[in-house]
Design a protein around this ligand. Structure first.
Ligand SMILES: [Zn+2]
Length: 233
């Protein structure tokens, strides 16, 4: 039976060769999307176990976080850029789940990310999500969720464009740099939880800050942030 299974698997493999998403080399096991060499080439930060790491520094004096982490440095023209591009613009959701699993494993091994109750993907504008067909941050969360065994909450935090009157009001308050606004539509569902806000990249942190501030208005919420990559400003 085992031998037959092997033959069938090998036959399938012959017709549907499983190719490394990074370098295009043929690899064997179906659960690995990257070959060992590409996996080893990913620029991991190691931030998760370090308080006051560069991602936490971004948010100092802006929002109160328990912990923050980015899994990889965003190297332009490198493998990680190619993979994130696949996820965001080539409908490759599998690579997003896979990278989310890698980040999930890192966070599982860090005491600083214990006791998280739910993963919250940073929402896209509704029309952008419709166009892409999915939210890449939610795909990353799905991978993390499988490893960390923590639920993903996608419907309680929403993103919307400013109306004209809001824009004027917010310009006066010097908020013009934040893209859109966020709102929680079911505070009871989030109340008292330690939430991990997740996105594919952090650069200035302005968007994550805006979303985080809204989440922190929910009673007794504590907040951490994790992004797949850290881009230089
Ligand atoms: Zn490879």
């Amino acid at each position: 039976m085992q031998a037959l299974k092997k033959i069938i698997q090998n036959t399938i493999h012959l017709f549907y060769p499983h190719i490394c998403t990074g370098c295009g080399s043929d690899i064997l096991s179906k659960e690995n999307l990257l070959c060992a060499r590409c996996l080893n080439d990913l620029p991991v930060t190691g931030f998760a176990v370090h308080p006051n790491n560069p991602v936490e520094e971004i948010f100092w004096g802006r929002i109160n976080l328990k912990a923050a982490h980015s899994e990889f440095y965003f190297d332009k023209d490198a493998l990680i850029q190619h993979l994130v591009h696949q996820l965001k613009y080539k409908s490759n959701q599998s690579i997003g789940v896979y990278l989310g699993e890698l980040m999930g494993k890192t966070l599982l091994n860090s005491k600083r990310f214990e006791n998280i109750d739910a993963l919250i993907p940073l929402p896209l504008y509704a029309e952008k999500e419709r166009k892409r067909g999915y939210n890449q941050a939610a795909i990353i969360c799905n991978g993390m969720s499988q490893i960390m065994n923590i639920p993903v909450i996608t419907t309680k935090l929403q993103r919307q464009r400013y109306t004209e009157t809001q824009t004027k009001k917010h310009r006066a308050e010097r908020w013009e740099n934040v893209e859109g606004s966020f709102k929680v539509n079911d505070a009871d569902a989030l109340k008292g939880k330690h939430l991990l806000l997740v996105d594919d990249v952090v650069t200035t942190g302005a968007t994550l800050e805006a979303a985080g501030m809204v989440l922190l208005k929910v009673p007794d919420v504590s907040l951490s942030i994790a992004t797949l990559t850290l881009a230089s400003k």
